[in-house]
Ligand binder design. Sequence first.
Ligand SMILES: Nc1nc2c(ncn2[C@@H]2O[C@H](COP(=O)(O)OP(=O)(O)OP(=O)(O)O)[C@@H](O)[C@H]2O)c(=O)[nH]1
Length: 315
Amino acid sequence: MSAEFNWFPGHMNKTLKNIEEKIPVVDLVIEILDARAPYSSRNLTFSKILKNKPILYVLSKADIADPNITKEWVEFYEKKNNTVMVLDDKQKNIVKPLIDLINKATKEKQEKDKAKGMVNSLINVLVIGIPNVGKSTFINRLIKNKSVKAGNKPGLTRGIQLIHLSQFISLLDTPGVLPAKLENETVATNICAINSIKEDVYPKERVAGKLMQYLFNHYEGLIENHYKISPRLQRPIQITDTFIIFEMIAKVRKWYMNDDLLDYDRVIDAFMRDIIANEFNKVSFERILEVVPEEMEKASKIKNEKAIEDISDLW
Ligand SMILES: Nc1nc2c(ncn2[C@@H]2O[C@H](COP(=O)(O)OP(=O)(O)OP(=O)(O)O)[C@@H](O)[C@H]2O)c(=O)[nH]1
């Protein structure tokens, strides 16, 4: 699958331009990431244009992600000195914890302002994220809290909202934008899994195969129990093996095109629908060592060094 299929609608360019115009007044960026794919749901185009701004990552949908993997991602981002907030409880009031984290992440600016004699300086926060990561839900949770006000500001584009989180903190919400180029096939697959790309623009069979391979290899029993099948496949499976699984599901469901031809497309559609509807609750689609290039490189170096050591042991 090429990671360059055409999913980038024109209006996203306009939003990107709008975001660029706001950069000079931005003190902090909040990037909403889907906890099930925190690496793939970043927008690298944003990272480039906002590279000098402090960043606070909000990991949304952690209530439906694999908690152990989310913990690893939080540690990973915190180790890089990023502030992280995890949304793992839909009911919790997040206003106070968010204000505390914003203050922590903008401490340097606040101290600089204080040194210049400015007390209680204003903090402008830009909220960004790719489509469907839960930006509106996050903003609405803040607005629902009585002390938070949503306001209009002349000159703001339609779809961009200004929210007064406190007397001193304003959040500028922006529409979801995807990067114009996706890093690789894994990233493309994972953003399909979190439903940030419309189903009709990606190669569904290939994406479904990759996701089936991933879930089968990482979550023993999950696919077997969900579809009531018992494939005799040894883990880890290859993408070509997923054909056997999809066929078994079609057989169990008695989905045939005619007497002996299985309805493969129907199974693929059903599987993708199950992923998007979150039928496999508490799964994540990526781990650090599977997607972050620097970490993968580090790990492979360690492995190679170990291999050299092992050989030298023999001699
Ligand atoms: N389980 C769970 N679902 C969530 C959470 N946040 C958002 N959702 C769901 O995810 C879907 C997308 O959420 P939105 O808030 O509309 O996402 P968005 O980023 O604003 O999407 P765009 O408008 O496309 O940019 C909705 O069905 C939400 O109900 C969360 O923390 N947990």
